[in-house]
Design a protein around this ligand. Structure first.
Ligand code: IMP
Ligand code: MG
Length: 175
């Protein structure tokens, strides 16, 4: 499939995605149903993952959608250029971050530090995809859907230059 100016091929099916989402949602429900967590979904990439996870939780939850960016094209810029949309007080809250993909981990490292600086009681990270080879951050990724090699992927919320977030499966860049 051609997206923008590159060719992508099927990589992770909708069925496989759903299996991991269900597993993660069960684990989160077990650990957090009595902790009144505040979910933080990192836009834009996590909108589909966050929606799927939230629908499967077994308790009424609060969620804030935040926006930040560290990517331009297929290259990580390594820094948060913007953080907007945290509309609940963070002090003493147990925060659960929902992220589409953790690559270098710098985005999550900076976001975690920011949340603690605002008085969060605890912060855990839930990510659909994790690229352990690129990871260089000094934080723990608590819940992981699937570990992948250093492929550039698109779909299920993730984009290539703004395109492809709507694709239901996950594609990887063709060799
Ligand atoms: P990090 O700060 O290097 O961990 O980058 C994390 C962010 O970069 C993710 O939230 C994604 O939005 C984006 N990103 C990382 N890898 C990919 C990819 O393979 N495809 C699309 N976006 C990606
Ligand atoms: Mg993201």
């Amino acid at each position: 499939m051609k997206i923008h100016d590159k060719v992508f091929e099927s990589y992770i099916s909708e069925t496989e995605i759903n299996e991991h989402v269900t597993r993660l949602a069960c684990a989160i429900s077990q650990q957090f149903s009595d902790k009144n967590p505040l979910f933080i979904a990192v836009l834009n990439g996590s909108f589909m993952f966050a929606s799927d996870i939230l629908k499967q939780l077994n308790f009424p939850a609060q969620i804030s959608f935040v926006k930040l960016a560290s990517y331009l094209g297929t290259k990580s810029l390594g820094a948060i250029s913007e953080l907007i949309g945290v509309n609940e007080p963070l002090r003493d809250r147990n925060i659960v971050i929902l992220e589409d993909i953790v690559d270098s981990g710098l985005t999550m490292e900076k976001l975690t530090a920011y949340l603690y600086s605002q008085g969060a009681a605890s912060v855990v990270i839930v990510t659909m995809l994790f690229k352990p080879k690129s990871f260089k951050a000094n934080i723990k990724i608590d819940f992981i859907g699937i570990e992948i090699p250093d492929y550039f992927v698109v779909g299920y919320g993730m984009d290539y230059n703004g395109y492809g977030r709507n694709i239901r499966e996950i594609l990887k860049i063709a060799e």
